[in-house]
Design a protein around this ligand. Structure first.
Ligand SMILES: [Zn+2]
Length: 429
């Protein structure tokens, strides 16, 4: 397979400085082997006029929900789930999951995302899509107790553990897994503990939604007399490898707990704004040393999977939450979308330097909205769109070259998703 040279561009380094350099990749090992001037390789990817950045990490999504994009908007979380999302999800067929996952993965590759964490159903279908599309994922079966008998709820958690065992290390280790109980309020305490035990036993993390809305926090405080994350820790859910989505409503003790345990937080600013869930205290989390990544959440609450939007939203909302324009500065937002997300997912990527996984994107800077180039980190945070990505590389393989995705047939993927989405909604009515 030899080497791949990303040639002629500028490179974003881990310290957020930018240099003129080539990047040499070992395609067989899937690693970056050198960053510097005048390198040579077996095959070349032209980065003239471009900026080479680490591939973005979408650390929390429900990728097949792309089929529900635009199906129901403008409602609070609880009503939105009960009236619009869960009824349609009850009608999902495995082929829908595969079509939706393919659409989402296509969208992510086209906007520079090379790794994602996914909580959903029928994860064998999502795993098959990840395998052929060539990116990286941490996958889990989302288990939920609400609306189920005790036996069915237990079987759901057992399936989450079983799926995590089965797919961890699949697709040449591009796929890893987690046990994924849906949230602290939609899964019973016994089953949350069972999820934690099963995950520890399988050697994988637990991933769940937590502290997303005040309606999720208050009932736990009233019933358990403790903050949700203190209670979650008692159930075994705050290990170092574990990661939670949202963390909007956190108090100081919970922030300290996250920092002490190393539990990761995935900030989903667009979803939090769209569902009016609140403003996560991101600068306080960063100050405390919590590992923070970014996620789009599902496309139904975003409504796209372009992580550059999340970067901008995180920087903007972080300032509003802190009441301070210096909060969540551009380099912090870029770090959350790259190295932060990689740390949350436990993958050795998110930085352009020798030894790191060859997961990267080349952003085309030759555009009016990216002119002049005073500060390219500022552009990444505030001005770049996913459609500015020229090439996407994961594990040393070129997934998109000059905006053409090489691993998926884009027209066929979109046509299938369109048809599946229409039939699904008709079936659910
Ligand atoms: Zn979610």
């Amino acid at each position: 397979m030899g080497t791949l040279l990303i040639h002629g561009g500028r490179v974003l380094r881990p310290d957020m400085t930018v240099v003129d350099a080539d990047v040499l990749v070992d395609r067989e090992a899937g690693d970056i082997v050198a960053v510097g001037p005048d390198l040579s390789g077996d095959e070349t990817l032209n980065a003239d006029g471009g900026l080479v950045i680490p591939g973005l990490v979408n650390a929390h999504t429900h990728v097949a929900m792309t089929l529900l994009r635009g199906h129901a908007d403008d409602k609070p979380l609880d009503r939105w789930l009960r009236e619009d999302i869960w009824p349609v999800e009850a009608a999902l067929e495995p082929g829908d999951i595969e079509a939706g996952a393919e659409l989402g993965v296509l969208e992510m590759i086209r906007s520079g995302t090379t790794a994602f964490a996914d909580m959903y159903f029928e994860i064998d279908r999502t795993a098959a899509v990840v395998e052929r599309a060539g990116l990286r994922a941490r996958l889990g079966h989302g288990a939920i107790s609400a609306g189920k008998s005790e036996a069915a709820a237990r079987a759901d958690i057992e399936e989450s553990v079983e799926m995590a065992r089965r797919f961890d290390g699949a697709a040449d280790s591009r796929i890893s897994t987690a046990v994924m109980p849906h949230s602290l309020t939609t899964v019973t305490p016994d089953l949350l503990s069972l999820a934690a035990e099963g995950a520890a036993d399988a050697g994988v993390p637990v991933h769940y939604h937590a502290n997303e809305t005040a309606d999720e926090v208050d009932p736990i405080v009233e019933k358990r007399g403790r903050r949700p994350l203190m209670w979650a820790q008692d159930l075994g859910l705050c290990r170092e490898s574990d990661f939670l989505a949202h963390g909007v409503h956190l108090d100081g003790d919970e922030i300290d707990l996250l920092a002490e345990t190393g539990t990761g937080v995935v900030h989903c600013p667009a979803s939090n704004m769209k569902l009016a869930s609140g403003m996560a205290p991101i600068q306080r989390l960063l100050d405390a040393g919590v590992t923070v990544g970014l996620g789009t959440d599902g496309a139904a609450s975003n409504n796209d999977l372009d992580l550059f939007d999340e970067l901008r939203d995180a920087a903007m909302l972080g300032k509003l939450a802190a009441g301070d324009a210096s909060a969540v500065a551009a380099p912090d937002a870029v770090r959350m979308a790259t190295a932060g997300g990689a740390a949350v997912l436990g993958i050795d990527a998110g930085r352009i330097e020798p030894g790191a996984a060859a997961d990267l994107a080349v952003v085309d800077l030759d555009a009016p909205h990216l002119t002049p180039d005073h500060d390219l980190v500022s552009h990444l945070a505030y001005a770049v769109n996913g459609s500015d990505v020229r090439h996407t590389v994961c594990d040393g393989q070129v997934l998109m070259r000059d905006r053409e995705v090489l691993t998926l047939d884009a027209a066929a993927v979109m046509a299938r998703a369109e048809r599946r989405a229409r039939d699904l909604v008709a079936r659910a009515d």
